[in-house]
Design a protein around this ligand. Structure first.
Ligand code: PMP
Length: 406
């Protein structure tokens, strides 16, 4: 399919607004993405045509909602090429998915003195859950540092792995540096030491094709809202052999087989990990979002977004006052930078006055800021509905902002 951005933009009504009297330029896609009409319409359709609590009903409407939710599970399964739909757990988002693994893996497999390797470029949501285990004397968090370009060194990983290493957790793409980590090689190294790997795909799933069987990752997480679906829905993929060994995370309805005061037995996968009424509307809308993305084609998306990133990188390099943070060889859709003459927050505020939405601050990655000795960055992050012309607008806006602060 030919890639027609103006046609695509017509699917995203929010993009045609004006902000502060200017064209709305949305470059905060790493924080959350805008929603296309098929997803918005799907939410209306759910509540007008198929709303009833799932799994428990004998009636028509409950069965219709259940079928739609289970259909969405299959869509997710196909999207990441999981072997079985039992390996797809609906959660609240990447944060909940990581907490689920940390809590249950910790309870089942970790003892005092064990180690979990966590890269220095992780989002807080992939650091703090492991530190919570540390505070319970369950495991020591071992930092895998990156270099000044924002790249991890595989030889260093070999040195970090010990016979106490029980898990390695790594982002596929850094939300601050844009680095695409060589997760396939990382997993190979970890597996050669019998160490399972959790991949945080929050900033990867929307940008290129992921095949969990090819990667051979043990767990993979992402949030729906970063891939054009609503907030409050996310995915935990886990190899069935792992999920079967983990204890339940939360207790409640649907995750049980039988309950009595003399003992309770638990439901089979995936329901063992889905306590309570699930966000079935979110799950169904996520299925629709993945169909939408597949309709455009992830290969087309990757190609176009790489062009955007390249154009933006070149353009911003012509502004001598800016220093790029994160210069790894392989990057995806994220451009972070600082300027000596102005605080990121001030640059973001001026850009906002011009209708340009960027994110400023630490991006929930304070260890990255500590590594570079900075308080924050300005981050522009791109999606397939962005246009080259918008990068020109950003570049002009930055020049004006810098002129004011100098
Ligand atoms: N990991 C990464 C790399 C992220 O970028 C984010 C969101 N910024 C998260 C995890 C957490 O996602 P959520 O807040 O949707 O749970």
């Amino acid at each position: 399919m030919a890639f027609d951005v103006s046609k695509i933009r017509a699917d995203f009504p929010i993009l045609s607004q004006t902000v502060n009297g200017h064209r709305f330029v949305y470059f905060d896609n790493a924080a959350t993405t805008q929603k296309p009409l098929p997803v918005i319409n799907k939410i209306t359709e759910i509540y007008t045509q198929c709303n009833a609590n799932v799994h428990r009903g004998v009636h028509y409407m409950s069965n219709k909602a259940t079928e739609a939710m289970e259909d969405a599970r299959k869509t997710v399964q196909n999207f990441i090429n999981a072997e079985s739909e039992r390996e797809i757990i609906f959660t609240r988002g990447a944060t909940e998915s990581i907490n689920l693994v940390a809590a249950t893996f910790g309870r089942q497999f970790l003892e005092e003195g064990d180690e979990v390797i966590v890269s220095e470029m992780e989002h807080h949501s992939n650091i703090v859950p492991w530190q919570l285990l540390e505070s319970q004397n369950k495991a020591k968090v071992v930092k895998w540092a990156f270099d000044d370009r924002g790249e991890l060194n595989l030889a260093e990983l070999e040195e970090l792995i010990t016979d106490r290493t029980k898990l390695l957790t790594i982002c596929y793409v850094s939300n601050t540096l844009g680095t695409i980590n060589p997760v396939e090689q990382i997993i190979e190294i970890a597996h050669s030491h019998n160490v399972p790997v959790l991949v945080d795909a929050s900033q990867a799933i929307q940008h290129f094709t992921i095949d969990v069987q090819q990667l051979d990752c043990d767990f993979l997480v992402f949030s729906g809202h970063k891939i054009y679906a609503p907030t409050g829905i996310g995915i935990l993929y886990g190899k069935e052999q792992w999920l079967n060994q983990l204890p339940p995370y939360q207790g409640g309805g649907e995750m049980i087989e039988t309950v009595s005061f003399s003992g309770t037995t638990f439901n089979k996968l995936p329901y063992k990990f889905e306590a309570g009424t699930p966000n079935y509307a979110g799950a169904i809308a996520l299925g629709e979002a993945l169909r939408y993305v597949s309709g455009i084609g992830l290969d087309n998306i990757s190609k176009y977004e790489n062009q955007l990133l390249e154009y933006a990188t070149d353009k911003l390099q012509t502004i001598s006052e800016l220093r790029q943070i994160g210069t790894a060889e392989r990057r995806a859709s994220v451009l972070s930078f600082v300027a000596d003459c102005a605080h990121p927050f001030d640059i973001g505020t001026i850009l906002d006055k011009m209708g340009i939405a960027v994110r400023t601050g630490t991006h929930c990655t304070e260890p990255i800021m500590q590594h570079f000795g900075i308080s924050g960055t300005v981050r522009a992050s791109f999606a397939f509905y962005n246009e080259m012309e918008e990068i020109d607008i950003l570049s002009d806006g930055l020049k004006r902002a810098i002129k004011m602060f100098k």
